[in-house]
Design a protein around this ligand. Structure first.
Ligand SMILES: [Zn+2]
Length: 415
């Protein structure tokens, strides 16, 4: 199974926007691209919204059938591990093996020794084609990398072998993710991580490292953009070299997690992948849920009141809702509008505050991030919320499609 050069992960918390999301991708593909849609949902999201892996498969199949879409599409069991993978086996055909929690776990001296010995040819100056400076590789560096990543890559192989046994060899896409950690992996670390995965027989097609800077949920990238650009370019070149060097799948590419709304770095990524003819997978998640709330606000009446009550409720439960996302949000409390203020807002004021238009005078990233983590509130509303999604499907669908196409794909692929 082959993911294709370009793919977009489209998370959809409540599984109502599959058609609108696919419309956005089809519009981009009309300019000659072939972007594969990948509907992704993690175990954590399923728990919060009380959904099941099979719901995501149904959403994807239904959207594809409704629009007569004939390209490849996938269903991603996002961030699974050995203890959570089983319920996804049947419905998913893309598995994101999250091994972040195994980084730094001890491996036996003999496995470390074997790995270091197998890297003898890279000792000294390691030159990666197109990178204009060599990397200095010492035995100490290799021992350090082995100590950090052998257990994690071993875990990836265990999950992969479980899938191979239960899903069938080759019938799925394998992604390995290490993004949910504190410190970024360097391009050199990425090179040896890929060697480990190859050694262990994991045919990784996408890899999600942790990059420099902050990838906060639902808002733009913050961090050193120049440093990100260097790191991203080196990662792309490392992957290209590793594919040949370690006989990994030809289509191996970077996967950018929490990739929605990172508008500042989209042109950089677009330029680099075009320069080297490489592919990319970008995972979006809550950005579609935020468009649902924008659409409800624009619909006015009861729907606007529900949108407001999601914010007001989330404001009162900020600590609880933010806790699981502490590492991936940055909310300045002093910039959150008060509940009674929001209660008086018009549709336009609410939508403009939430919609991600950088530089718009009403746009408030703090407001946006709080609603991003507030989907639990909507989930608790049950059918009150989902019935409104059905009732206002048209206006919400326009928001979702516009967000995917105009704000994301146009920037990512220079359309
Ligand atoms: Zn992730």
């Amino acid at each position: 199974m082959n993911l294709g050069k370009y793919s977009l992960g489209i998370g959809d918390r409540f599984s109502h926007q599959g058609i609108a999301q696919l419309r956005g991708i089809i519009r981009a593909n009309q300019s000659g691209l072939e972007i594969s849609p990948v509907w992704n949902k993690s175990n954590r999201e399923h728990i919060y919204v009380h959904s099941h892996p099979a719901d995501v498969r149904k959403e994807a199949d239904d959207a594809v059938a409704a629009l007569g879409y004939t390209g490849n599409y996938f269903v991603d069991a996002d961030h699974i591990n050995l203890s959570t993978v089983a319920p996804f086996v049947e419905s998913a055909d893309f598995f994101t093996l999250d091994v972040a929690s195994f980084i730094g776990k001890e491996s036996s001296d003999s496995t470390v020794f074997t790995f270091v010995a197998s890297c003898a040819k890279y000792l000294g100056k390691l030159n990666i084609p197109e990178i204009n400076h060599p990397f200095e590789i010492t035995e100490d560096i290799l021992v350090g990398i082995a100590g950090k990543f052998l257990a994690a890559t071993q875990q990836a192989s265990e999950i992969y072998n479980y899938l191979k046994e239960n899903k069938g060899n080759g019938d799925f896409i394998t992604e390995v993710s290490m993004d949910e950690v504190d410190s970024p992996q360097t391009p050199v670390e990425l090179f040896f991580i890929l060697k480990m995965l190859s050694d262990k027989g994991v045919p990784v097609q996408t890899i999600a490292p942790k990059f420099t800077g902050r990838f906060n949920k639902g808002v733009d990238y913050t961090g050193n953009v120049d440093q990100f650009a260097i790191e991203f370019e080196e990662d792309v070149l490392v992957i290209d070299f590793a594919v040949k060097e370690f006989n990994l799948p030809r289509e191996l590419k970077l996967s950018i997690h929490s990739g929605s709304d990172k508008f500042t770095i989209y042109p950089i990524m677009a330029g680099i992948i075009r320069k080297y003819g490489q592919g990319i997978h970008v995972k979006t998640a809550g950005t579609t849920w935020l468009e649902e709330v924008i659409g409800l606000a624009l619909a006015g009446g009861e729907a606007l009141e529900v949108a407001k009550s999601i914010y007001i409720n989330a404001l009162g439960r900020k600590g609880e809702l933010c806790a699981p996302y502490a590492d991936v949000i940055d909310i300045d409390d002093s910039k959150l509008p008060a509940a009674d203020e929001v209660a008086d807002w018009t549709s336009e004021k609410f939508a403009n505050t939430l919609r991600h238009i950088p530089g718009h005078p009403d746009y408030n990233p703090n407001f946006r991030q709080l609603i991003h983590v507030g989907y639990k509130v909507a989930s608790e509303m049950g059918s009150i919320y989902t019935e409104l999604l059905k009732e206002h499907a048209e206006i919400i669908g326009c928001c979702v499609e516009e967000n995917i196409y105009d704000r994301h794909l146009k920037r990512l692929f220079n359309l």
